[in-house]
Design a protein. Structure first.
Ligand code: DI6
Ligand code: FE
Length: 404
């Protein structure tokens, strides 16, 4: 197997229990063997064997290395855009007004259904490349704009296709319970039946890594959400939830009862929900792009999450309606400026905790044995990644041991 060596870097290892903030190792070396990290530590302790065996050597001259970034909550694949609704909202309409009037998610469903799989891929590719240009090496992509077997399958297949065509690992989430499709208007329970019919069929085809739902007064009730969770459980699929984004409906506590990998949004989360998440080990995925774009004023209860030991992740929520965002670095900044996370919490949120939100144990930190997914940045200090607004100091991405 090939051995590659990165020397004289500052390694933000993000390891749990590290003595230094960010698990930072000054003047570090990283050895990669094949697609795995083989050794990470101070230059002074680098074993001779790695130096002798290395086929390629990259002297980083003090540059920072972090784990590959993980965007753990996106709706990347959709047809069209909603710039018109942006204008309507600037004219005074609210996100919920637009949704109730048949716009919002429903308009993206129309455009997504009208697109072929290759058209969907062509429309989403620039968004994916934008995320990857900032060092994203793992991305979660949800369905949820198809809302029928045919179109949910098309979306999930397209997501999987990205994972084989581009140097990025794609995790797919089935979000059939995202909105009510027009043909089920007024019959949400019947549509949930339809979701329960789609789920095992899509799972059989290997298209689903996790199951999500939108539990909200403009979407599905806790009882309807629970039916989807029960079905996921029967299939052995992990669940996650869009919870407490616009109101407190108790979704987080419900998700925690099903051992959810994550509960996402959470602006309206209360103490009970936070405590339940802490006990269940569910990650809180914070989405500052949606908070910003919808001009929300209610902040997610970060102090409560800290108090209950809930790990926090940060993600773009890339979607056409509430967060048309393709910059995870910008989300680092917004998580700090808007939600008051520390830069270390924000960076954990796009590395180790984002991996946890996807149930992945083989990435999210720099340590021997993990996947060799990492990024070399033209900065010296990790906080610089969260500090800059709209600036990309990316130098090099290594994906599965491959220099891109
Ligand atoms: N919450 C969100 O923020 C996105 N979906 C969801 O359940 C928004 C989706 C959209 O407006 O298109
Ligand atoms: Fe979302």
């Amino acid at each position: 197997m090939t051995v590659q060596l990165w020397t004289h870097c500052r390694a933000a290892t993000m390891q749990a229990g590290a003595a230094q903030p960010y698990g930072l190792v000054e003047d570090a070396a990283i050895a990669v063997e094949g697609d795995r990290l083989a050794w990470v530590g101070p230059m002074s302790e680098l074993p001779e064997t790695w130096r002798d065996r290395s086929d390629a050597l990259y002297d980083c001259a003090g540059a920072l290395i972090t784990p590959g970034l993980i965007d753990c909550h996106t709706h990347l694949l959709y047809g069209g855009d909603r710039a018109n609704e942006f204008e309507l909202r600037l004219g005074g309409a609210s996100y919920e007004d637009i949704a109730r009037a048949g716009g919002g998610i429903a308009s993206t469903v129309r455009a997504t259904r009208a697109a072929t799989e290759s058209e969907l891929l062509a429309q989403a590719l620039p968004r994916l490349l934008a995320l990857m240009s900032e060092g994203v090496t793992t991305i979660e992509i949800k369905s949820g704009y198809g809302l029928s077997l045919e179109h949910e399958r098309k979306t999930l297949r397209a997501a999987r296709a990205f994972g084989t065509r581009e140097p990025v690992d794609v995790r797919t989430t089935f979000l059939g319970a995202h909105a009510l499709p027009p043909e089920f208007s007024g019959r949400p329970d019947d549509y949930i039946e339809e979701v329960l019919r789609m789920l095992p069929l899509l799972h059989e085809q290997g298209l689903i890594d996790a199951v999500d739902a939108f539990c909200e007064r403009i979407a599905f009730s806790p009882a309807q959400t629970e039916r989807v969770f029960e079905a996921a459980h029967r299939l052995g699929l992990p669940v996650k939830l869009h919870a407490e984004q616009l109101s407190d409906s108790g979704g987080a506590a419900l998700a925690a009862r099903y051992g959810a990998l994550s509960c996402d949004h959470l602006e309206w989360l209360g103490e009970e929900g936070a405590a339940a998440m802490g006990r269940a080990g569910s990650v809180a995925v914070l989405l500052p792009g949606a908070f910003y774009f919808l001009r929300e004023t209610r902040l997610p209860p970060v102090a409560l999450l800290r108090a209950h030991g809930v790990p926090m992740a940060v993600s773009t929520d890339c979607n056409p309606g509430s967060s048309p965002c393709t910059s995870l670095l910008l989300m680092l900044n917004m998580a700090c400026t808007l939600f008051r996370l520390t830069p270390e919490e924000a960076l954990l949120g796009v590395t180790r905790h984002a991996a946890q939100a996807l149930g992945l144990r083989d990435r999210g930190a720099l340590a021997a044995g993990l996947r060799a997914d990492f990024v070399v940045w033209d900065v010296e200090r990790p906080a610089q990644l969260a500090y800059a607004i709209g600036f990309n100091p990316h130098r090099q991405t290594v994906f599965c041991g491959r220099v891109l």
